[in-house]
Design a protein around this ligand. Structure first.
Ligand code: ADP
Ligand code: MG
Length: 397
């Protein structure tokens, strides 16, 4: 199990000083997340069960040296951009516009919402961001950077957002400026995470229930990063959404949330094979997620582990978003002593596997699975022990 990389709070602050020659006045940290179960259910009005992790994006800032531009430094990339936040921000290819999906878009998208709240303009500020959430690894570095930005701008503007409004503002930034049609899970967890708890989120009602995690002396969550990222992820995500919508139309319901496995099986003749399997994944995953929350609450870790394994099989066979590397990691974890359950987590096609393991065995498990993974795929695994953590907060500067 690898140690945490250098504290992003320290890196953000010292990079700010180095780049801008002053001390930051405000600071904010927002966590990434790992989803224990409930995959590809959020955009289907379903249930998810994630927890915030002790990996954070930190944004620090101060009033801009030049009132006509904000300098924004991405410490991890060693890149600085200048954007004028006093003028309405727009995405697009034109001069003065923000390129959709570029890293500054994640920050500008949030700033644009604050501009709206303030009647179109925001006082410029210099910002440095540094993150310990691995980028593009399925642990939601994107929500972390959005929520950190929002938490920073709340301090700079004096606007206080309710948790739900804040998460929805960040989701909107991701839709509009990043161009990613994500659900609400990532931003909800990054805002509403609680130390020692997972969150059961009903993505239809947007109600969040905090559920205590087992004591970390006994059971820990291990994140196994495959260190692969297959390029089909974005295109396949849009395809799955469309396939779910097609199934919804064929079933004559408002969303897959309104069906269960019996309904889907009964309507099989009205669905194409692909639509049938996509729908079966979503409705069975919703049932598993609700059952997993019950198991977690009742301390039934064996039961929770079994649900995780079933979730992986469903994602692999019915939803078809896994890949050989993730399948190998789950298979190796399943065969290792001290593992209750494991499954791919995040959108799929690479990224991470989440495993629920016996704490005293965690180091050995990471080693054993890592050895098998290297033998089978010639790659190194990055294993991280994740602790259920608090949501976004201001940090002292
Ligand atoms: P993830 O699974 O990590 O959320 P995404 O593709 O959704 O992956 O988001 C990753 C994108 O978010 C990056 O390509 C970058 O544009 C932005 N981002 C995340 N963290 C940082 C960071 N520390 N610095 C700059 N940009 C970041
Ligand atoms: Mg993301």
């Amino acid at each position: 199990v690898n140690g945490s990389p250098e504290d992003p709070r320290v890196r953000a602050r010292s990079a700010f000083r180095g780049a801008f020659g002053s001390e930051p006045r405000w600071g904010a940290a927002a966590p990434g997340r790992v989803n224990l179960i409930g995959e590809h259910t959020d955009y289907n009005d379903g249930f998810v069960l994630p927890m915030a992790i002790d990996r954070v994006c930190v944004a620090v800032g101060g009033p801009a040296a030049d009132p006509h531009e904000s300098r924004i430094l991405a410490v991890d990339l060693g890149e600085t951009v200048s954007i004028d936040l006093s003028r309405p921000l727009e995405v697009g290819p034109g001069a003065g516009q923000i390129e959709q999906g570029s890293w500054p878009a994640y920050i500008a998208g949030v700033a644009a919402r604050f501009q709206r709240l303030l009647g179109g303009s925001l006082a410029n500020l210099d910002i440095a961001v540094a993150s310990s959430v691995p980028v593009g690894g399925g642990l939601s570095s994107s929500a972390a950077i959005e929520v950190a930005t929002s938490t920073l701008l709340e301090q700079a503007t004096g606007i206080t957002l309710e948790p739900k409004a804040k998460a929805l503002l960040c989701q909107r930034a991701e839709h509009e400026f990043a161009g990613v049609p994500c659900g609400i899970m990532d931003q909800f967890v990054s805002v509403m995470g609680r130390e020692g708890h997972a969150l059961l989120i009903d993505c239809r009602s947007q109600v969040v229930e905090h559920i205590p995690m087992p004591r970390p002396e006994h059971i820990v969550v291990l994140i196994l990063n495959s260190n692969v990222r297959h390029s089909l992820a974005a295109g396949e995500y849009a395809k799955r959404k469309a396939e779910c919508q097609a199934a919804v139309r064929a079933l004559g319901i408002a969303s897959l949330r309104d069906a269960d496995e019996a309904v889907v099986v009964q309507a099989r003749a009205h669905l194409s094979d692909v639509e049938f399997r996509r729908a079966r994944h979503v409705v069975s995953e919703n049932a598993r997620t609700v059952a997993a929350a019950v198991a977690l609450r009742g301390g039934d870790l064996a039961g929770l582990g079994r649900l995780m394994i079933e979730s992986h099989r469903s994602l692999r066979d019915d939803y078809e978003v896994s890949c050989a590397e993730l399948d190998t990691l789950v298979e190796l974890a399943e065969g290792t002593e001290g593992v209750f359950g494991a499954r791919m987590t995040g959108g799929g096609f690479g990224g991470c596997v989440v495993a629920l393991v016996s704490a005293p065995r965690a180091g050995r498990i990471a080693e054993e699975v890592g050895r098998g993974y290297r033998a089978r795929h010639g790659r190194d695994l990055t294993a991280t022990q994740a602790n259920a953590s608090a949501g976004a907060a201001a940090v002292a500067c």
